[in-house]
Ligand binder design. Structure first.
Ligand code: UT7
Length: 331
């Protein structure tokens, strides 16, 4: 059975940079609070009318260019997001249309911050089985249109940013390389610790002025609880990846944790006993871009020459659901 390799990666973030200080015009916050608690100094916000699928298309074009491929070479799209352009259909078909493609299948993955790892697991299984040979895996998010910019929403509004990351995956004949394993986990008993009530079918009518007045269309989070779980579950998921492959933390060239909070990444690093050069973070510049954070970070590492053929890179994520997971990849 062939293994799945990353043929290329790419990312795109909107041009508009939003610095921490900007938030002080809307809410009671400070650059100092945001930097101290989260490590974030800036994030990107999409321009008016710029949709998640637009960001995804730009990221895909970069990945195609890096691969020396054309959109027509792709035979499947896996689109991961928690912020779809519309309630339905999902973003995959819009991305397909924007790439000038037709007929190829488009799968939408709704696993929030862990979306890219869930999507990678599906793509890996398809490629290994021989069902598809060139899978485009994208994480794309627009959070900026859905944040409560009043003091009520300050814990979340300052955290999130917009962006998209893409990977093109295919089979490799080199048995030593590629995706070694994926581990996926979920715990629905904790769903409301990080969620958004409105937008689904639970309410009849689905949306009223009272709902909007109460802010039910904004995401809410029990930050401390989420922090606690994230810093426990990500190390566990990485440990599962290492154990499955008979590897140890010393074998890790790069750990790319989902970028939720720099303090979370630092605690994961400490708990796993990893050196600074073994962990990559870029949340300082982009905030939390949920499903896009890992592929954005991955492409930055590739472009910076931080991954050589044969290096072990481990991806891990934790987020709403709760969902969490890991992937071990021999580059
Ligand atoms: O993508 C995966 C999901 N997300 C995460 O993994 C995030 C996990 N959680 C966190 O990163 C942190 O819990 C936060 C960064 C969200 C919050 O940091 P914290 O140190 O846990 O603060 P806290 O929620 O305990 O709040 C401490 C204080 C509160 O004020 P009082 O009650 O002590 O007066 C908050 O109201 O900080 C206040 N606060 C703020 N102050 C200024 C919350 N947000 C802000 C803000 N600016 N933006």
């Amino acid at each position: 059975m062939p293994r799945t390799e990353f043929i290329s990666t790419g990312f795109y973030v909107p041009e508009r940079v939003v610095y921490n200080d900007e938030f002080t015009q809307w809410m009671d916050t400070s650059d100092e609070w945001i930097r101290t608690r989260t490590g974030i100094t800036e994030r990107r916000w999409a321009a008016e009318g710029q949709l998640g699928s637009d960001l995804a298309a730009e990221a895909t074009k970069v990945a195609l260019e890096h691969a020396g491929m054309r959109a027509g070479d792709l035979d499947c799209i896996v689109y991961c997001t928690l912020s779809p352009d519309y309630f339905f259909p999902g973003g995959g078909v819009y991305l397909q249309r924007k790439l000038g493609l037709a007929d190829i299948p488009c799968l939408d993955v709704r696993n929030q911050c862990t979306g890219f790892i869930y999507g990678l697991s599906v793509a890996d299984a398809w490629i290994k089985s021989g069902q598809y040979n060139r899978v485009l895996l994208v994480g794309a998010e627009v959070h900026s249109t859905g944040m409560d910019l009043s003091t009520r929403g300050r814990d979340l509004a300052v955290l999130f940013g917009d962006g998209a990351g893409a990977a093109i995956l295919g089979p490799t004949a080199d048995a030593g390389r590629g995706v070694l394993s994926t581990h996926l986990f979920a715990d629905g008993s904790q769903a409301e610790l990080l969620w958004c009530d409105l937008g689904g079918t639970a309410h009849k009518p689905r949306m009223t002025p009272e709902h909007l007045e109460a802010g039910l269309h904004f995401p809410v989070m029990q930050g401390r609880e989420v922090f606690k779980h994230a810093t426990t579950k990500m190390p566990e998921a990485v440990a599962a990846a290492l154990a499955t492959n008979g590897l140890s933390t010393a074998d890790i060239k790069l750990l790319i944790p989902h970028q939720a909070n720099l303090r979370i990444s630092e605690m994961v690093q400490r708990r796993m006993g990893l050196r600074d050069d073994q962990v990559y973070n870029n949340i300082q510049r982009y905030g939390n871009t949920t499903a896009a954070s890992i592929p954005i970070a991955l492409d930055e590492c590739v472009q910076a020459g931080r991954l050589a053929r044969g290096d072990l890179v481990v991806l891990t994520a934790f987020g709403s659901g709760f969902t969490w997971g890991s992937a071990a990849v021999r580059w």
